[in-house]
Design a protein around this ligand. Structure first.
Ligand code: C2E
Ligand code: MG
Ligand code: MG
Length: 683
């Protein structure tokens, strides 16, 4: 704004400057033209006087007071109308008039005769007397005069020219020369030059105005752009967070003053991180742009779509404030986001979830409303993504409980509430104990034992997983170091633990601090880690493997493209998810799949372990298909360190370490036998 008024000032100064220049130039031209006119008047008068001096006979005698001879009169009469002279007077050396042109015979008929009053009759008038002094001293005097009162030419020059002989002034010729024609020509030239100058100045003014206009337009465009950038997200073109907050605040104010009711939608793209990680940031940006277009297309003209950051969006729906009215809209948005995206010549599915809070019904304060829409979004995500959810009061209670649990979880390590249970793993013969999987347990002071499925996800969401994961790793290594070699310990790693750049160092330190050989540690990872197939993750896995630590893929078969990951990294083991084991007896096709997985893994030199073995028939079916390792309630439930059956048999070779009860009961255990022989478990 400041800049613009400065520009206007500059422009005004330009105009004033040009106008002044025009006036000055006009003035200078005028003076110059007058000067030229005066000069030419002087020259013509001098010329005439000199000519008269030369050609009038007996002029010297006439000026000396010896009378004007008829020949002189005749010549003077002839000269009267030459060179535009229309009147003259002769003065002697004392300034006394000798002759006036009016006294010449044909002067009577001259058109200037009527003006004799103005030009003097034959006697020296007062003006003549004043001026004659310097002229008699030898100095000619010329004066340009305009507009005689009556008769006579409108412009004429009055010149006093001394007549000299040998440097002596004999007298003075006063001559009047008509300058009207010269003045007219001069005037014409002046007008032409003035016109040209004015045209030039006008061109300059036009150029300056054009430049000013262009500058002003550019500035206006820049202002509009800056204003747009201040309110919009540069990537997607949606409103940014700051202006969305304003929009929300205004909607609430207007509502308070009887304006339209409204609802607030919080939207989050379901697999944006995966798209970003797998296809790169350019692809992620493209998804964000298309998602924004889809959101805008799903709502009405006046509804405001904003990108709050990352893959979070929000929409204020004006005039829509009931569950019935919002439902089809929310549904439409979920469907629009579920469509695939064209990214780097590939079709990508990203999906989105929606949380809805209704103003007036759920909250009136904008911040509170946003918080509630967020809670509803959280619920939609927890419900399996790709869906929408309305806020309800229970969500607050659940959120409160979640907050408390998170707080307790943060304190759990220090409060010594965490412990590890170990579930045995058996070799191909189902008798040989090969090691244990460490499974985390949390004994909450008021809520009792909490299963990991309940709190691991929470730990991951709240970032506590790093501390807890490290605690598990170190504790498992220390406890396993007390087991007879070559019993192994399997530790579950969360994908998030790979985000820290010192995982290899932490594992190395845990092993060396515990004095456990790397070959006795197995790290279980899940497919979710490999979905973010970054060089960093691969580098860490290779480094761990290079140390001698085994890497197992846990819960194999639960992801949506499991097989694809097998060749990405040389796993030592895959653990078939217990869902397969469970369905072995129910569905013949599962048997075929399990068989295929085992043969595929074997051909890639990967061992196969089966999880969740609960019945002898499952066991037999898995053994038939060549499974290398077994884990499940049939063989042993997770138990605390003190309950492990091998304890006390330290030093026994692996092949001789057998679980009790003896082989027969393993292969055909009765529930009673299991209950009495397997360690106590919490599960
Ligand atoms: P997981 O790694 O697949 O662990 C095996 C889970 O299956 C354990 O559940 C175990 O108790 C259960 N299980 C074993 N045999 C049977 C069976 O025959 N039948 C049935 N129904 N279940 C069986 P748990 O201990 O509740 O652990 C659940 C999951 O929590 C684990 O699945 C693992 O993904 C995670 N988890 C446990 N401890 C940790 C940990 O220290 N760190 C991380 N990141 N995750 C852990
Ligand atoms: Mg596991
Ligand atoms: Mg598992």
């Amino acid at each position: 704004m400041k800049k613009r008024s400065a520009d206007w000032k500059i422009f005004t100064l330009w105009v004033i400057g040009l106008a002044l220049a025009a006036v000055c130039l006009g003035w200078i031209l005028r003076i110059e033209s007058e000067r030229q006119l005066g000069q030419s008047a002087e020259q013509s008068a001098l010329r005439w006087a000199q000519f008269a001096d030369r050609t009038v006979p007996d002029l010297e005698a006439a000026l000396a007071g010896r009378g004007v001879t008829p020949a002189a009169r005749e010549q003077l009469a002839r000269l009267l109308h030459t060179d535009d002279v229309f009147h003259f007077k002769l003065f002697d050396a004392a300034g006394k008039p000798v002759l006036s042109s009016d006294e010449l015979p044909d002067a009577r008929s001259s058109p200037t005769h009527a003006a004799e009053d103005d030009f003097g009759k034959g006697s020296a008038n007062q003006a003549d007397a004043l001026i004659l002094g310097p002229v008699l001293a030898g100095q000619p005097q010329v004066e340009l005069k305009r507009a005689a009162r009556s008769g006579g030419p409108p412009v004429y020059s009055q010149a006093y020219v001394p007549v000299k002989r040998d440097g002596r002034v004999l007298g003075v010729v006063e001559v009047y020369v008509d300058q009207t024609e010269r003045a007219r020509l001069n005037e014409g030239a002046f007008l032409r030059v003035a016109g040209a100058v004015a045209a030039l100045l006008l061109v300059l003014l036009a150029v300056a105005s054009y430049q000013f206009w262009v500058r002003l337009r550019r500035q206006r465009q820049a202002d509009t752009r800056v204003r747009y950038m201040a309110h919009h997200d540069a990537l997607s073109g949606a409103l940014n967070r700051a202006s969305f907050n304003e929009v929300l605040q205004q909607a609430a104010w207007r509502r308070a003053e009887g304006g339209p009711a409204f609802s607030l939608l919080c939207i989050d793209l379901d697999y944006f991180k995966e798209v970003n990680d797998s296809f790169g940031h350019a692809a992620g940006d493209q998804v964000l742009r298309v998602a924004t277009q889809r959101l805008k297309a799903s709502v009405r003209e006046g509804d405001q779509v904003a990108r709050l950051g990352g893959d979070e969006f929000a929409i204020v729906l004006l005039g829509v404030a009931t569950v019935e009215a919002v439902t089809p809209l929310a549904q439409r948005i979920v469907e629009a986001l579920a469509l695939s995206y064209e990214v780097s010549d590939q079709r990508v599915i990203c999906g989105g979830s929606v949380g809805v809070a209704i103003h007036g019904l759920d909250a009136t304060d904008p911040d509170e409303l946003l918080g509630k829409a967020d809670l509803a979004l959280y619920r939609a995500k927890a419900n399996g993504r790709g869906s929408f959810s309305f806020y309800d009061v229970q969500m607050d209670q659940q959120m409160q409980a979640r907050r408390e649990l998170t707080r307790d979880l943060r304190e759990a390590i220090a409060a010594d509430q965490l412990s590890l249970h170990y579930q045995p793993l058996y070799g191909r013969d189902a008798h040989t104990l090969t090691g244990y999987e460490a499974l985390l347990r949390w004994h909450h002071p008021t809520r009792g034992d909490i299963a990991p499925v309940e709190f691991i996800a929470l730990a991951e969401e709240t970032g506590v997983i790093d501390a807890i994961g490290l605690w598990v790793l170190r504790r498992a290594c220390v406890e396993a170091a007390g087991w007879p070699a070559p019993l192994t310990v399997a530790v579950n790693l969360s994908a998030l633990q790979f985000a820290s750049d010192n995982l290899v160092e932490l594992v190395t330190r845990a092993l060396s601090d515990a004095g456990l050989a790397p070959e006795r540690l197995e790290l279980e990872i899940t497919e979710s880690l490999l979905m973010n197939n970054t060089d960093q993750v691969m580098g860490v896995l290779r480094a761990l493997s290079g140390m001698g630590v085994s890497i197992a893929m846990d819960d194999f078969g639960t992801g949506y493209s499991s097989l694809a990951y097998l060749w990405r990294f040389p796993f030592d083991k895959v653990k078939i998810d217990r869902a397969f084991t469970h369905n072995l007896g129910h569905d013949a096709k599962v048997g075929v799949i399990v068989h295929s997985i085992i043969s595929l893994a074997h051909s890639l030199n990967i061992r196969v372990s089966a999880e969740g073995v609960e019945t002898p028939s499952q066991m037999a079916a898995l053994q038939d298909r060549g499974c290398d390792e077994f884990q499940g309630f049939l063989l042993g439930r997770p138990a605390p360190l003190e309950g492990l059956t091998h304890v006390g048999r330290v030093g026994a070779p692996a092949s001789t370490i057998r679980r009790s009860p003896p082989r027969e009961s393993v292969l055909a255990p009765s529930p009673m036998e299991l209950a009495t022989t397997l360690p106590e478990s919490m599960n």
